[in-house]
Design a protein around this ligand. Sequence first.
Ligand SMILES: Cc1cc2nc3c(=O)[nH]c(=O)nc-3n(C[C@H](O)[C@H](O)[C@H](O)COP(=O)(O)O)c2cc1C
Length: 214
Amino acid sequence: MKNIQNIRTDYVKGVLHIQDLQDSPGQQLSKWLEDAIAAQALEPNAFCLSSLSSNGFPRGRNVLVKGVEEEAIVFFTNKMSAKSADLSFNAKAGATFLWPELERQVCIYGDVSALSEKENDSYFATRPRGSQLGAWVSQQSQPLSSREELDATLEAVRKKYQDIDVIDRPSHWGGFRITFVSVEFWQGRASRLHDRIVYTKGNGGQWQKGLLQP
Ligand SMILES: Cc1cc2nc3c(=O)[nH]c(=O)nc-3n(C[C@H](O)[C@H](O)[C@H](O)COP(=O)(O)O)c2cc1C
């Protein structure tokens, strides 16, 4: 392997001024997501979801953000997955976006709540048919004996729905909302002296912005 100790990038693509940031973290996140899409970032809406497992270990995995609100983000998953078990054990999560193309990172933590059945239905209806079938096929995070077993289940589900136009949402599939407690915007700078600005709520319930040491 190449000597990874010598891999270094000096970050020089941008500067973050506190007065230029939006009043709410949701508005600022939307802006950065738009920038990432414009920069043709790979998977611009992917973020690492961190959760606390009941065995005491923090666990992380990537998911896709499907909604950005003034004070929250929304994602969808299988409600019987390992991550969903973690979130019912401890309804708090971290969400970390990385856009290396822009030398930017956003670190969020907040409180987790389940989306309503109505919200789940309306998003599920917009998914491609293949993904809708996939939601019926996968018992996400459970052991699988072979790929063939999964393919056979897919075939059976395909047959079941072959003459049915609208695929109903499995009750075990839905979304979560992470309501912001803290949202940090990070812009890489030269010599590791990066810009960091964090939004937290003051006593009056207003968002406040503050600088953090790099
Ligand atoms: C870029 C990317 C996006 C992903 N998006 C989702 C997603 O939106 N929802 C989801 O359930 N899994 C998504 N996955 C798969 C998860 O990372 C993970 O493997 C799966 O949800 C099972 O996680 P768990 O066992 O911790 O619950 C994505 C993976 C990658 C690499």
